[in-house]
Design a protein around this ligand. Structure first.
Ligand code: ADP
Ligand code: MG
Length: 331
């Protein structure tokens, strides 16, 4: 085992989720492997419906998996079929996309943040008044971490903007003292200018707290700004992953290539239009054999429809699942 392996915060192997729907079983997450080292930010990217939120719910234990293992700090979490128990996900916190619905509108900020404190967080206080004082001081500490403070303590959620609310949601997550923070499209519900501020905050938190993070996004611009590594998902499958720069500069899977091409470019004529990325959630096929991307791939061959390409790693930590990968000259 290498030193890097020993410092893994999260190790996921073969994680799967199958929803039973009216049309039959539907595989939302298909045998996904992933690793996150201590202090590392892994971005999970892919279009709407590819299984990002399902993956995050499995990681935090809100959903039960139908197969695979999750090890967190060398401890196995939630075995398939096992009932979730709250203590199991201690050390993992989540921030959802929409702060308007994730924060109780009837609670003051001080209570929203303090509610997240772990048992024992206020143990240093001896009596009721001491405890109240410490509680208040600790909430201010967490609010300061996210660029807010004492004046906000006694206010209610409706008194804040979307960006401020998302900061409060971050403070609440940090108050759980997590080792791993899961962020499910944390900027998607915010105005563009506010998105940039939240991304700056994320980067700052990463440096100051050396937290491991799963940063779920469909925006490659944000991803390239904060993530150390990227995992690209397509229809529940990991199709490519690797260091951020390697994946963005030298994508090997045709779906990754398509995602990068779909980012608006400031160079006229450089943007290749791809109807490829337009499919709606309701059109989502339930691919049971072959490559999941075969139906939309510009380089599909017969083999791709019959056999699922295995995930292979060619260079250090950069791997993909494709029989006929994008060559360097194409990328
Ligand atoms: N509870 C559920 N029952 C049935 N299908 C679901 C359920 N939750 C999600 N799905 C389906 O699983 C797929 C992945 O959803 P999701 O994880 O929310 O994707 P993403 O977050 O990438 O947009 C979608 O096709 C979605 O419709
Ligand atoms: Mg989602």
């Amino acid at each position: 085992m290498t030193a890097a392996n020993m410092l893994n915060t999260l190790k996921v192997r073969g994680l799967s989720k199958i929803y039973q729907t009216r049309k039959g079983p539907f595989t939302a997450v298909n045998a996904v492997d992933l690793d996150i080292a201590h202090g590392e930010v892994l971005a999970v990217v892919g279009e709407s419906g590819c299984g990002k939120s399902t993956l995050s719910r499995l990681l935090i234990g809100l959903d039960r998996s139908d197969g695979g293992d999750i090890s967190f700090q060398d401890r196995k979490l939630y075995q398939p079929g096992e009932e979730n128990s709250a203590h199991r996900n201690e050390g993992i916190a989540i921030v959802f996309q929409d702060p308007y619905s994730s924060l109780n509108p009837k609670m003051k900020v001080i209570d929203l943040v303090a509610e997240a404190f772990r048992y024992g967080a206020l143990a240093a206080a001896s009596g009721f008044r001491e405890r109240k004082k410490l509680r208040r001081a600790k909430v201010i500490e967490y609010l300061n971490l996210v660029g807010m403070g004492e004046p906000h303590l006694d206010r209610f959620p409706h008194e804040f903007s979307g960006g401020q609310l998302q900061r409060i949601a971050f403070a609440r997550a940090l108050a759980q003292e997590p080792k791993l923070l899961i962020l499910d499209e944390p900027t998607a519900a915010l105005d563009v200018s506010v998105q940039a501020q939240i991304l700056m905050l994320l980067k700052e938190l990463k440096t100051r707290l050396s937290l491991s993070m799963v940063f779920i996004s469909h925006d490659l611009g944000s991803v390239s700004f904060v993530a150390d590594r990227i995992m690209v998902m397509y229809l529940g499958n990991r199709v490519e992953s690797g260091p951020t720069r390697a994946v963005l500069d030298n994508p090997r899977h045709h779906y990754t290539r398509a995602l990068i091409d779909a980012v608006p470019s400031i160079t006229p004529g450089k943007r290749r239009e791809l109807a490829l990325l337009m499919s709606r959630d309701s059109d989502r096929p339930n691919v049971t054999h072959g490559c999941p991307f075969a139906g939309r791939c510009p380089s599909t061959a017969d083999r791709c429809r019959k056999e699922a390409p295995p995930y292979i790693e060619e260079e250090a930590n950069h791997g993909y699942a494709c029989f006929y990968p994008v060559s360097e000259s194409q990328s």
